[in-house]
Design a protein around this ligand. Structure first.
Ligand code: NAD
Length: 370
């Protein structure tokens, strides 16, 4: 299927939303461009890269033209592209804010990769810029769009597990390239926590729908390992949620790939293993009747996310994971680093209500509500 299947359709309200993908790295090339082909409401309209030759070669393979390739210097020329309504920022974390703000100034809606920024202040500035410009901002939390994560959340919130007591989330992998931008504090904002540990934090908040009241954390930054001169190798955190629910999280750049979520209730448990991978999410719900593995579609998570944001643009709705959702994770991660530094529990600002930072629920394949 071509990337621009119905670009010529006259009715703007039925036309797919054209995205410019900013940053032609691994995620864009290997996941996002293929994901757009699975999308019902979105297509790739333009690419922005520092290497135009590479961009043009890539564009040609993917049914785009030389004219669809832009550099960071001529980013503002995208303003002239009426067929391009959204910009997807897929750059190192330190560059998210600059490009979100530049896109907002052009009046384009913005989907931004996680973590939204470098810290809560940086991320809040991005939310403010988009609000002032009157454009939508969505944080690309792909897991919050999957049937498996929603089934876990429904089991937790629907009472199937009885009273929830404890949660446990782990996301680790080996980062072995000492030159990777992910290991540079000025480019990444931290180590595994804002990169992969953020999935643990975000999913814990998502399945409960409430916000933690306090946080405690410890980290390890090994001496003599050049990879971890600037950022932590591992971080362990504990969160206190309303009602005495306690959640633990572990994240590392020094462990074999692990991506799990466990929710322990009085009458049942949820286990997702793996819980944060691009494919093959596996969910087991256990209760007095035994173990149950719901049969759910293995959707392209990036396609779901592109579709949700496109629909929000068409319908003028706040996305399910708006910029505010990204800011809240940053507030909590900032508090985790503060706790690790001081050895103290850090109290968080009290947040009342359910899904306090979320917008319009997505349509989730295979789920009745939504
Ligand atoms: P990458 O290193 O593969 O690509 C980064 C892109 O930014 C490249 O096009 C590179 O040329 C460009 N770039 C510009 N300035 C750079 C600099 N100073 N150093 C390095 N690259 C520079 O990175 P990636 O894995 O595509 O990650 C990009 C963003 O996507 C990050 O914010 C990351 O957290 C996020 N990400 C999200 C997921 C997910 O599952 N949602 C997965 C991977 C990455």
């Amino acid at each position: 299927m071509p990337l621009k299947p119905d670009i010529e359709r006259p009715e703007p309200e039925r036309r797919r939303v054209g995205y410019a993908l900013v940053g032609l790295g691994k995620l864009t090339a290997e996941e996002l461009v293929p994901a757009a082909r699975t999308s019902d409401h979105a297509y790739v309209a333009a690419l922005v890269t520092s290497e135009p030759d590479k961009g043009v070669a890539f564009a040609r393979v993917h049914d785009l033209t030389e004219g669809d390739v832009y550099t960071y210097e001529d980013f503002e020329r995208l303003a002239e592209r009426e067929d391009m309504e959204a910009v997807y920022i897929v750059l190192p974390n330190a560059q998210h804010r600059e490009y979100v703000e530049r896109a907002a100034r052009m009046g384009k809606h913005v989907l931004c990769e996680k973590p939204l920024g470098m810290n809560a202040q940086d991320a809040q500035a991005m939310v403010d810029a988009c609000r002032e410009a009157g454009v939508l901002l969505m944080t690309a939390y792909r897991c919050q769009y999957t049937p498996q994560h929603w089934a876990a959340r429904d089991a937790v919130q629907g009472g199937r597990l009885g009273a929830v007591k404890l949660l446990d989330a782990i996301h680790g992998q080996v980062e072995d390239d000492p030159e990777a931008w992910r290991l540079k504090r000025d480019l990444a904002g931290g180590g595994p926590l804002p990169d992969v540990g953020i999935y643990c934090l975000n999913t814990l908040r998502f399945v409960l729908g409430t916000e933690p009241e306090w946080v405690f954390a410890a980290l390890h930054q090994p001496q003599g390992d050049e990879r971890f001169r600037e950022v932590e190798e591992s971080l362990s955190f504990m969160l206190g949620f309303p009602g005495g629910i306690i959640a633990n999280g572990l994240t590392s750049y020094g462990t074999h790939k692990t991506a799990t979520l466990r929710v322990l209730g009085e009458e049942g448990t949820v286990l997702m293993d793996p819980a944060y991978t691009y494919q093959g999410l596996s969910l087991t719900i256990s209760d007095g009747a035994g173990d149950f593995q719901p049969s759910l579609p293995d959707e392209d998570q990036f396609g779901l996310e592109l579709d949700h944001f496109a629909r929000c643009i068409r319908e003028g709705q706040q996305p399910w994971t708006p910029g505010e959702e990204g800011v809240q994770d940053h507030r909590i991660m900032d508090a985790m680093y503060q706790s690790a530094r001081t050895g103290q529990v850090v109290r968080l600002e009290r947040v009342e209500g359910k899904d306090a930072f979320r917008g319009t629920p997505p349509q989730v394949p295979g789920r009745e509500e939504g």
